[in-house]
Ligand binder design. Structure first.
Ligand code: FDA
Length: 394
């Protein structure tokens, strides 16, 4: 049996970063993963260029049943700490939009950097090693894997959430948490495209691939970003963001003209060009096929001259433009979700060290916890920050 100070399950963003820091602090650390490759999600993230953090990351960008939980870790290892590491490795990067930092070349640069950090400080990374089960006896964790048994006085669970099972996601982290008495805040897919009911799906099928700037709301989530029509429903950053706030059965509100009062705009145009058709004036705002499809769906009098359209009709159109209520059928689920909402209940975990309050020597970091960031580099920042807090507390 191989003996370590700490065994970390999951060679993803959080596990690799934690292993390097634990080893740097003098611990004999090993990180194990059933995948053939470390950091698979990092490699495909950000379209292969990894949005590795956000310049404006702060606790307000995270969802959790306890919104205070993430504060300590985020303040002790900030986006600037991680940016400093990226700079040390001379990885070229740039801000794309809204503070989102992406590699200029490839996400591989981030994985290579994390693996180099593990090597630099002597943390062992062992892949193709499935964790079968874990037990605890006489202050020691025994981790049974497909490659034999490991033992350590500290166990870090960094095996992520359920999104993208084809990349190796499993419920192991939740199972270990429950085994040691932890409760799990119900999990569901987040940052995920919406699917639509058949009438809307058909009505907007022609628009698949079309993107427009909107302001979207679901409960407390308000986001002004792009919305993308897809063959199944609605996606794009605005929809992914609100999906984390949406509950099944609810409607989302979409303002297709953010910053413009649609009623005023229509009435001004009616006064300026009364003979123009509604169709023509709306094309000043939207692409022709968007006007055609939205018009057909909402039954707008597109071929009528503005002079002949009543105030009541304008009010209805304006409401449909500024406050379009869409009831999604559901989401695409874990198959395409970027994250898993919910997870290990953070009230049972120390916000300073990520150590279980119920079980000595057991730690949880990254996405397995009930902390979920917005789209835009926030989830990786949580992985880095929680990993560092844990390594310092081991
Ligand atoms: P992560 O999922 O990275 O790692 C968990 C590891 O545990 C995996 O390597 C897995 O193989 C391993 N594991 C699971 N079960 C196991 C078992 N039974 N035995 C052994 N090993 C096991 N975020 C962001 O900030 N910016 C971005 O650009 C993106 N982009 C993005 C794109 C896509 C397509 C997805 C799916 C996700 C993103 N994200 C993102 C989210 C981000 O990838 C995610 O939040 C982090 O990877 C979470 O890091 P963790 O280390 O917690 O889990």
């Amino acid at each position: 049996m191989a003996l370590f100070d700490v065994v970390i399950i999951g060679a993803g963003a959080a596990g690799l970063h934690c292993a390097a820091h634990a080893a740097r602090n003098g611990l004999k650390a090993i990180v194990v993963d059933h995948a053939k490759q470390a950091g698979k999600k990092i490699l495909i993230s950000g379209g292969g260029r990894c949005n590795f953090t956000n310049m404006y990351a702060s606790p307000e960008n995270y969802l959790s049943s306890n919104p205070h939980f993430c504060k300590s870790a985020l303040s002790r290892y900030t986006q600037w700490d991680f940016i400093g590491l990226v700079a040390e490795y001379q990885i070229p990067y740039d801000e794309k939009t809204l503070g989102q930092l992406f590699c200029d070349e490839s996400a591989k640069d981030i994985v290579r950097m994390l693996l180099d950090e593990c090597e630099r400080y002597g943390a062992k990374v062992q892949l193709r090693t499935e964790v079968l089960d874990v037990d605890y006896e006489q202050d020691t964790y025994r981790i049974n894997t497909s490659q034999g048994q490991l033992s350590a006085s500290k166990l870090v669970v960094a095996c992520g959430g359920l999104s993208m099972p084809k990349l190796g996601a499993t419920p192991l982290g939740y199972q270990i948490a429950e085994q040691f008495g932890h409760s799990i805040v119900p999990v569901r897919a987040g940052l995920v495209p919406f699917t639509l009911h058949p009438p809307e799906k058909e009505a907007f099928a022609e628009l698949a691939g079309v993107s427009m700037d909107v302001a979207a709301n679901a409960n407390d989530g308000h986001f002004s970003e792009a919305m993308l029509f897809t063959h199944r429903g609605l996606s794009g950053p605005a929809m992914l963001q609100v999906s984390s706030y949406w509950q099944p059965g609810e409607a989302i509100t979409v303002d297709c003209l953010p910053g413009t009062d649609a009623l005023e705009w229509l009435q001004e145009n009616q006064a300026k060009q009364p003979k123009a058709q509604l169709n023509t004036v709306l094309q000043q705002l939207f692409a022709k096929r968007v006007v055609t499809q939205l018009g057909a769906y909402h039954q707008w009098p597109l071929t009528h001259r503005l002079a002949n359209i009543s105030k009541k009709t304008f009010q209805t159109i304006a409401e449909q433009l500024n406050q379009w209520q869409i009831k999604p059928n559901g989401t695409e689920g874990y198959r395409t979700a970027e994250v898993t909402l919910g997870g290990v209940n953070v009230d049972e975990v120390s916000s300073k060290t990520m150590q279980s309050k119920l079980q000595p020597g057991l730690f949880f970091i990254g996405e397995v916890l009930d902390v979920t960031g917005w789209l835009g580099g926030y989830n990786f920042q949580w992985a880095w920050s929680s990993a560092y807090a844990c390594a310092e507390g081991l």
